[in-house]
Design a protein around this ligand. Structure first.
Ligand code: ZN
Length: 88
């Protein structure tokens, strides 16, 4: 496979990649991956507002569901639907 010279979208450095669609150099990719992992490892309280929308689908609050069960069956149904269809 021939390598293509590509300019990094992030730092502007030239690099070679077999994937012509690549727009980020390996350095920036590694940096981005590290930041992603750091964000994942960080406590939920840190940057909660920023990540709330992105992770809300994965974080179904069991307390909220328990509370809903004591309120009304319609609310339970809504909570289940909300858990199954986070985008709805
Ligand atoms: Zn770069």
């Amino acid at each position: 496979m021939s390598k293509t010279k590509i300019r990094c979208n992030t730092c502007g450095k030239w690099f070679q990649s077999a994937n012509a669609k690549e727009v980020t150099c390996p350095d920036c990719l590694q940096k981005a991956r590290k930041e992603k992992m750091a964000a994942k490892a960080a406590p939920p309280s840190a940057g909660k507002a920023a990540t709330a929308t992105a992770t809300s689908a994965a974080l179904v609050d069991p307390e909220a569901i328990a509370k809903a069960i004591t309120v009304a069956p319609a609310v339970i149904a809504r909570a289940i639907i909300a858990a199954l269809l986070p985008t709805a």
